[in-house]
Design a protein around this ligand. Sequence first.
Ligand SMILES: *[C@@H]1O[C@H](CO)[C@@H](O)[C@H](O)[C@H]1NC(C)=O
Ligand SMILES: *[C@@H]1O[C@H](CO)[C@@H](O)[C@H](O)[C@H]1NC(C)=O
Ligand SMILES: *[C@@H]1O[C@H](CO)[C@@H](O)[C@H](O)[C@H]1NC(C)=O
Ligand SMILES: *[C@@H]1O[C@H](CO)[C@@H](O)[C@H](O)[C@H]1NC(C)=O
Ligand SMILES: *[C@@H]1O[C@H](CO)[C@@H](O)[C@H](O)[C@H]1NC(C)=O
Ligand SMILES: *[C@@H]1O[C@H](CO)[C@@H](O)[C@H](O)[C@H]1NC(C)=O
Ligand SMILES: *[C@@H]1O[C@H](CO)[C@@H](O)[C@H](O)[C@H]1NC(C)=O
Ligand SMILES: *[C@@H]1O[C@H](CO)[C@@H](O)[C@H](O)[C@H]1NC(C)=O
Ligand SMILES: *[C@@H]1O[C@H](CO)[C@@H](O)[C@H](O)[C@H]1NC(C)=O
Ligand SMILES: *[C@@H]1O[C@H](CO)[C@@H](O)[C@H](O)[C@H]1NC(C)=O
Ligand SMILES: *[C@@H]1O[C@H](CO)[C@@H](O)[C@H](O)[C@H]1NC(C)=O
Ligand SMILES: *[C@@H]1O[C@H](CO)[C@@H](O)[C@H](O)[C@H]1NC(C)=O
Length: 647
Amino acid sequence: MLPIVELLLLAHCAVAFNPGGGYAPTNVSCPSDAHFVRAATAISQAEQDWLKQRHAITDVALLDFLDRADLSGFDAEEFLQSLNRSINIGLAFSGGGYRAMLNGAGQISALDNRTSGAEDHGLGGLLQSTTYLAGLSGGNWLTGTLALNNWTTVQDIIQGDTIWNLEESILTPGGWNIFSTAGRWSDIDDAIGSKEAAGFNTSLTDIWGRALSYQFFGDANNGGEALTFSGISQFDAFKNAQMPFPFSVAVGRAPHTRIVNLNSTVFEFNPFELGSWDPSLFAFTDLKYLGSDVSNGEPTSDVCVQGFDNGGFVLGTSSSLFNQFILQLNTTGISGAIYTLIHGFLSNLDEDFDDVAIYSPNPFFDSGYAVVESIVQSDTLFLVDGGEDLQNVPFAPMLQPEREVDVIFAFDNSADTNDSFPNGTSLQATYLRQFSEQGNGTAFPYVPSTDTIIHNNLTQKPLFLGCNASNLTSLSAIPPLVVYIPNIAYTIWSNTSTFKMSYSNEERDGIIQNGFEAATRYNLTIDENWPKCVACAIIHRQQERNNDTQSAECAECFQEYCWDGVQFEGGSVPARSTNYTSSSGLAKGDMNSGVLSSSALGLSVSGATASSATATSSSKGAARSWSPSMSTKFIAMIIAPIAGFLF
Ligand SMILES: *[C@@H]1O[C@H](CO)[C@@H](O)[C@H](O)[C@H]1NC(C)=O
Ligand SMILES: *[C@@H]1O[C@H](CO)[C@@H](O)[C@H](O)[C@H]1NC(C)=O
Ligand SMILES: *[C@@H]1O[C@H](CO)[C@@H](O)[C@H](O)[C@H]1NC(C)=O
Ligand SMILES: *[C@@H]1O[C@H](CO)[C@@H](O)[C@H](O)[C@H]1NC(C)=O
Ligand SMILES: *[C@@H]1O[C@H](CO)[C@@H](O)[C@H](O)[C@H]1NC(C)=O
Ligand SMILES: *[C@@H]1O[C@H](CO)[C@@H](O)[C@H](O)[C@H]1NC(C)=O
Ligand SMILES: *[C@@H]1O[C@H](CO)[C@@H](O)[C@H](O)[C@H]1NC(C)=O
Ligand SMILES: *[C@@H]1O[C@H](CO)[C@@H](O)[C@H](O)[C@H]1NC(C)=O
Ligand SMILES: *[C@@H]1O[C@H](CO)[C@@H](O)[C@H](O)[C@H]1NC(C)=O
Ligand SMILES: *[C@@H]1O[C@H](CO)[C@@H](O)[C@H](O)[C@H]1NC(C)=O
Ligand SMILES: *[C@@H]1O[C@H](CO)[C@@H](O)[C@H](O)[C@H]1NC(C)=O
Ligand SMILES: *[C@@H]1O[C@H](CO)[C@@H](O)[C@H](O)[C@H]1NC(C)=O
């Protein structure tokens, strides 16, 4: 079977691609009356038009989902027909490297009616009912892979063998065949060189994005080197609104600083635009023309640029925290051109820029909508990993009141605890941000402290937040209801290290299966009413707006899944391991189910310990998180023997 990218090329669907056909951005003539930047006062006209089409599909799919949930005393058709707008469901997939990508893959497959078993013992059809889909860092590798492969399915990916082959790390894509590895790196070198030759500044993120792309878009056409993020809008699945509206989330770093915190600007890429709703920018630019030299959104000449918004570059931007992995390349024994390339970067770049993606020229240069000037006065826009401000679950695009989201399903595959499970750190960050100047009218429900989450075992099952709008009136608006679904280990240790860079197909498929189980209360065996409870969450905000009384059945669900609002006050809870027996009643020993031995937990593959992984991941946001000792161990154990064997 040909990879989709190749099929598309054969079909001459070249509009999804850089018109120049390679990685280097291409000169084109500017459209007449070009003005690429607008104030972030509303969603774009293009998004509004697209939503009409999408809602025609989600309305039908949601009716089907609600009918199958079969809530007693609830007529789904009558309910949906009585509304003056469609229900908007959002999905958010957290960062966390391949762990987040794979757990997220299983979680999304459980919502996808194209997955076998998803309607029988899962939430099949929920994905078809969804309006918005946000990914960040590793979560964005998942959502980006699906979106940029014409909305393929996780099941098709793992049954085929053209993408998501993670057996070899991106450093040594050829595995034992060092020549094949060197050939790949030479192609990457050529691509980066062509972008520089076209007059654009490059950064480590260009290399990182190119290297990742072969895993996400296949070897054909050089890992989709001409594929653009704005090109999503040219895929049939998007044009026909058969997929949700995808967002890739990154964070802006002010020029000349390294600080990233809750005051930093949160950016969204969507198929039409790049920009931020935050007062520190409050603007969006036309994504397709990124790379054009502009002042206040007006081209400075009649030459504009397309193809800058390379798909892999965008995915690399959102995950730039890990791009320093590439700096270890020189230890693989692959020397020559590649060493020169890396060395060039090292001497050109201050290490402060290691985790940065350079967007130069700055599309927002001299634009007039920001309350602080630092971003718009710089000729370069600096973007970093979306999780560096600790908001590792990408809620931001879906909290904008303009998008009228009713419910967000938040899949948290972060590594917060000592054993790399989430503890709600990102919920806390998003909750707090609403009260800062950057909050700007976005509301988020009250959340349990991480102490409460750990002490009360709140990551052992899904958690509903903001269940009762009447409790939320002191916020600036009524936020969406949040259905928080953490990584839970049922049939495999799904808490692998963020820095684990290769997975056997067996491990990969095992974590994907576990993700399905985490999203479905262990295939509905722990709670057969889970689809009903999800249905109750979806209709809840609208029922509140209608002043409808909640049914006894839904009230029971809310009793089971809503946070009761009580914070644990017993003093601070040590950041302990959450390595508890799964709530399915499986004993710890059974959790392995013969798939992986427990020694595969965490970092054993890379030879470091689980606690050192946490030490790095918890410093995420404050500083760069790549721990040299860990990567050196990784290289020493896995890569060096291979290279040594051959050289
Ligand atoms: C993309 O997906 C749509 C919908 O599934 C399908 O009709 C179309 O043929 C696909 N296009 C390509 C080029 O694979
Ligand atoms: C693209 O246009 C710029 C000026 O706008 C020019 O400097 C550059 O040489 C052009 N690149 C190519 C490949 O024509
Ligand atoms: C999945 O749901 C969509 C939208 O309701 C529907 O058109 C499609 O036929 C369903 N597919 C399967 C395999 O059930
Ligand atoms: C849960 O369902 C998925 C999807 O059908 C399946 O792959 C998996 O084996 C099931 N898990 C168990 C424990 O049966
Ligand atoms: C954010 O900015 C405000 C106002 O300038 C300041 O008071 C606050 O301390 C900053 N927060 C952080 C996390 O830096
Ligand atoms: C590889 O690059 C790293 C980072 O610059 C450097 O510290 C290390 O000494 C280099 N190793 C080799 C074998 O050249
Ligand atoms: C988790 O539990 C397994 C099985 O009992 C054990 O082997 C492993 O060491 C534990 N991991 C941590 C981080 O406590
Ligand atoms: C959001 O920020 C913009 C730009 O600073 C401002 O015009 C708008 O009033 C703010 N909205 C709210 C709800 O605070
Ligand atoms: C949390 O789980 C632990 C271990 O399963 C148990 O001992 C403890 O009682 C639970 N705490 C609460 C508040 O349920
Ligand atoms: C719901 O009740 C509130 C307060 O009584 C009222 O303001 C509002 O108009 C009612 N909404 C509907 C749809 O009846
Ligand atoms: C919400 O309000 C109800 C009573 O209206 C109260 O029982 C409950 O504890 C509150 N929940 C939260 C999360 O504050
Ligand atoms: C939650 O995770 C954060 C980040 O790793 C850590 O700083 C904090 O101590 C943890 N809290 C608890 C209660 O585990």
